[in-house]
Design a protein around this ligand. Structure first.
Ligand SMILES: Cc1cc2nc3c(=O)[nH]c(=O)nc-3n(C[C@H](O)[C@H](O)[C@H](O)COP(=O)(O)O)c2cc1C
Length: 217
C-alpha cells in the first residue's frame, strides 16, 4: 500500500516537471547575422554541451525553422500546395513536444527523456535538443507515394537549412541526421502508420572539448 502511494507521488512529481504545453516567448524576428555571413559560417557540428537553450533561443530557433511568418498562416519554409506536411517533434530532457506553429508553443507528446531514441550517434543523448521531422501523409492522401516522399523530403530540407542558418548566426552547433532507427522512434513517438520520419537534427551549444571526428558519419 505504502509502495503504491510512493509510486503515485513519484508519477505526480514527474508529471509536474513535464508541463502539457510550453508557451514560447514572441520570436525575435529582427537582427541576427547578415545572411552572407551566416552562409559562410554554416556547417555541421557534432560536439555539444548539455546546457539547455534559453526559452528565447528555443522560440527563435523554432520560428526560424518553420514558424508562421505571414498573417495568412504561411511559414518560413515553402510547402507544396501549402499543405504544410512536416511536423517538428522536439525531444528534450523533460519530454517530446510537438511544435504548434499557429500558437507558437510546444504541446506535450510523450513525457520522459527520449533523446537517445532519436538517433544512433552518442551525442544525441547529451545534446539538449533533437528535432525530429515527421511527414504527415494524411495531408497528401490524394498524392502518389513517390510524389509525397519527394515533397516531404524537399520541405524537410528547407526546414533543416533554416535551422542550420539560425545556428550559424547564433554560434550554435547542429547536424541534420538520417541515421535514425525509424521503427523504434516511430513507436516511441506513438506515430500513426501514415506518419513518416524524414530526418532528425540535433541542436545545442558547441562543447568546449576540442573538435574530433568522433560520432561523425
Ligand atoms: C540527408 C542528410 C543526411 C545526413 N545524415 C547524417 C547523419 O545521420 N549523421 C551525421 O553525423 N551527419 C549527417 N549528415 C550531415 C553530413 O554528414 C554533412 O552535411 C556533410 O559531411 C557535409 O558537412 P557540412 O554540413 O559541415 O558541410 C547528413 C546530411 C544530409 C544532407
Amino acid at each position: 500500500m505504502k509502495k503504491a502511494i510512493v509510486l503515485v507521488l513519484l508519477a505526480g512529481a514527474v508529471w509536474a516537471e513535464t508541463p502539457a504545453t510550453i508557451p514560447l516567448p514572441k520570436p525575435n524576428t529582427t537582427g541576427g547575422m547578415p545572411l552572407m555571413q551566416a552562409l559562410s559560417a554554416r556547417q555541421s557540428g557534432r560536439e555539444f554541451s548539455s546546457g539547455k537553450l534559453s526559452p528565447q533561443a528555443l522560440s527563435n530557433l523554432l520560428w526560424a525553422a518553420y514558424g508562421v511568418n505571414r498573417p495568412d498562416g504561411r511559414r518560413t519554409a515553402p510547402s507544396a500546395n501549402n499543405r504544410q506536411t512536416i511536423d517538428i517533434y522536439v525531444a528534450m530532457a523533460e519530454g517530446v513536444y510537438l511544435y504548434n506553429a499557429k500558437e507558437h508553443r510546444l504541446d506535450l507528446t510523450v513525457a520522459g527523456d527520449l533523446r537517445a531514441a532519436t538517433g544512433q550517434q552518442p551525442f544525441v543523448a547529451e545534446a539538449p535538443l533533437n528535432l525530429v521531422y515527421v511527414a504527415d501523409f494524411a495531408k497528401m492522401a490524394d498524392t502518389p507515394d513517390t510524389t509525397r516522399l519527394l515533397y516531404s523530403a524537399a520541405e524537410t530540407g528547407f526546414i533543416g537549412q533554416n535551422v542550420y542558418l539560425y545556428c550559424a548566426s547564433e554560434g550554435f552547433s547542429t547536424v541534420i541526421r538520417a541515421m535514425v532507427n525509424h521503427e523504434e522512434l516511430a513507436k516511441a513517438l506513438h506515430l500513426r502508420p501514415d506518419q513518416r520520419i524524414m530526418l532528425a537534427q540535433t541542436v545545442g551549444r558547441p562543447s568546449q572539448a576540442p573538435a574530433s571526428k568522433k560520432g561523425a558519419n
